[in-house]
Design a protein around this ligand. Structure first.
Ligand code: 5GP
Length: 179
């Protein structure tokens, strides 16, 4: 069986810049949560996984790990309606939650999750996002730790996919085909 190699897209953020920025974010997070008693890092599947692993590996404070998975309602007439496909397994009541996301685009996904976490009684909720596509924002979401602000490109790599592929690229690139 032959598997054709995927064409490598142009790098928007090369691997060394990603890793250097993640190092800085980790140092900031480590400082801010030095006194916390119960820190839970929650990633949003599947895109945040690569970023989350590299970030959390750099922390020396104890941290629990869990995941949400979301999707937009395909047939919804309500823009921004987000469905929770996979919920977290652990209780977040009283915990300091660090929500980790690959990219904030319209902001609807994170707005929904942030509201849910607060409703469930988290002691604090902060957001760490690798990429911020600010120009596309429709729902307000404060990003406490932001990797990079980017222009309105459709990006792939380092967790981000196009049609399920490209997540394993070690850098962030711009997808140049039809989306
Ligand atoms: P939001 O709810 O902020 O509009 O959407 C966030 C989600 O949309 C991200 O977690 C990601 O899955 C997807 N997304 C938004 N922009 C891009 C992009 O440029 N590339 C890829 N691969 N996914 C994106």
């Amino acid at each position: 069986m032959t598997i054709s190699k995927i064409e490598a897209p142009k790098a928007l953020i090369p691997e060394d810049r990603l890793q250097a920025r993640i190092e800085e974010l980790a140092a900031e997070i480590e400082r801010d949560y030095a006194q916390t008693e119960k820190l839970i890092a929650i990633g949003v599947l599947k895109g945040s996984v690569f970023f989350m692993v590299d970030l959390l590996k750099r922390l020396s404070i104890p941290v629990a790990v869990d995941f949400f998975q979301t999707s937009s309602y395909g047939d919804s007439t309500e823009p921004g309606e987000v469905r929770i496909k996979k919920d977290v397994d652990i209780s977040i009541r009283g915990a300091d939650v660090l929500l980790i996301e690959d990219i904030v685009d319209t902001g609807f996904t994170l707005r929904t999750i942030l509201d849910l976490l607060r409703f469930r009684g988290a002691r604090s909720v902060k957001l760490c996002a690798l990429l911020d596509k600010k120009a596309r924002r429709q729902a307000e979401v404060p990003i406490d730790y932001c990797g990079f602000e980017i222009d309105d490109h459709f990006v792939i790599g380092y967790g981000l996919d196009y049609a399920g592929l490209y997540r394993n690229l070690p850098y962030v690139g711009v997808y140049e085909g039809e989306t």
